[in-house]
Design a protein around this ligand. Structure first.
Ligand SMILES: Nc1ncnc2c1ncn2[C@@H]1O[C@H](COP(=O)(O)OP(=O)(O)OP(=O)(O)O)[C@@H](O)[C@H]1O
Length: 231
């Protein structure tokens, strides 16, 4: 579903991402760990088509991102660290607007159902986004991903700044999306959350994917030790 082949990004003589080979299947959550500047966001931006690879390719569903940037948007949903939505529209109106952009025309009841699935409290549906917390905005972001029927979800530091309860709710929601067949790539600094939600975990250092671990084979403490040894 998501595939990187020798994916490389250089800025002048600086290599931000070096020959990444990675494949993420439907139903899988892959967490990318690594220090600041390790290349996590670069990887996500290459899958989004925000930047072009210097070498190699990123593809989604067998379609090259660089060659078909519009086509791949149909399959993708992206939740950045700070979800950008319209502050003067309500949660429901934002969801309505972004799902209509993706070609879906949901009734008010269906939109409410999507927000509920994403974990948003009903009393917030008709409040303006300007008054939402970070966790609430992310829930609208998730509802948009579900509304678009996205096959691939890209998350950049989704739990940073969330309180433990919101972070836990977030984990449960993305796990249920994966259980429904979404392929998920998540960049994070949260080792314990990565261990909890991911099927596989990659540790990056200076643009290289140094190791890939099956999350079920390692404890959170072992993962932390491995991380500290790697970076
Ligand atoms: N537009 C750019 N021009 C030059 N260098 C860049 C550019 N974008 C990223 N880089 C460099 O590429 C490297 C990888 O950056 P990237 O943002 O992918 O790291 P990251 O792992 O996401 O870090 P963080 O955890 O801080 O988000 C860094 O050294 C960064 O300075």
């Amino acid at each position: 579903m998501l595939e990187a082949k020798n994916l490389t990004k250089r800025y002048g003589s600086h290599t931000a991402l070096n020959k990444l080979n990675l494949s993420i299947q439907p139903g899988e959550i892959f967490a990318l760990l690594g220090q600041n500047g390790a290349g996590k966001t670069t990887t996500i931006n290459l899958f989004l088509g925000f930047i072009e690879p210097t070498e190699g390719s990123a593809s989604i569903n067998g379609i090259s991102v660089a060659e078909n940037p519009q086509e791949i948007k149909k399959y993708l949903a992206y939740i950045p660290e700070t979800v950008m939505l319209y502050p003067n529209l309500t949660g429901l109106e934002n969801l309505e607007y972004f799902s209509s952009l993706a070609g879906f025309d949901y009734s008010k009841k269906e939109l409410g159902g999507l927000l509920t699935t994403a974990g948003l409290q009903a009393q917030a549906f008709d409040q303006r986004l300007a008054g939402y917390s970070k966790g609430m905005r992310q829930k609208v972001g998730i509802a948009i991903a579900v509304a678009k029927k996205a096959k691939v979800l890209l998350l950049d530091e989704p739990t940073s700044g969330l309180d433990p309860k919101a972070s836990n709710e977030f984990s449960q929601i993305i796990q249920s999306l994966a259980a429904n067949g979404t392929a998920i790539l998540m960049a994070t600094h949260d080792i314990f959350r990565a261990k909890e939600v991911a099927s596989r975990i990659g540790i990056m250092k200076e643009g290289n994917l140094e190791s890939v671990i099956d999350a079920s084979m390692i404890s959170a403490n072992e993962l932390e030790s491995l991380y500290l040894k790697t970076v």
